[in-house]
Design a protein around this ligand. Sequence first.
Ligand SMILES: [Zn+2]
Length: 84
Amino acid sequence: MTVAAARAVPAARGARRVRSTTPSAPRPCPVCKAPVEWGPAAPFRPFCSERCKLVDLGAWANESYRIPAVDAPDDDGAPPRTDA
Ligand SMILES: [Zn+2]
């Protein structure tokens, strides 16, 4: 994913108040850092698209997978690594 290409998106369209932080000011997408126009035109905000939304959800899913839900070392009564 090219971040440089995402930053090259012209955001000067209708930029009347560049200094003030208006509610409709574009915010960076948490996933790809692309500017997301805050408004009804962005149904997937804070993500720029549904794809980035799914990517973020997938990241959370991967995090949950790293949590050992089932921890049963003595499953079949095998001795834990005996170097006899
Ligand atoms: Zn994005």
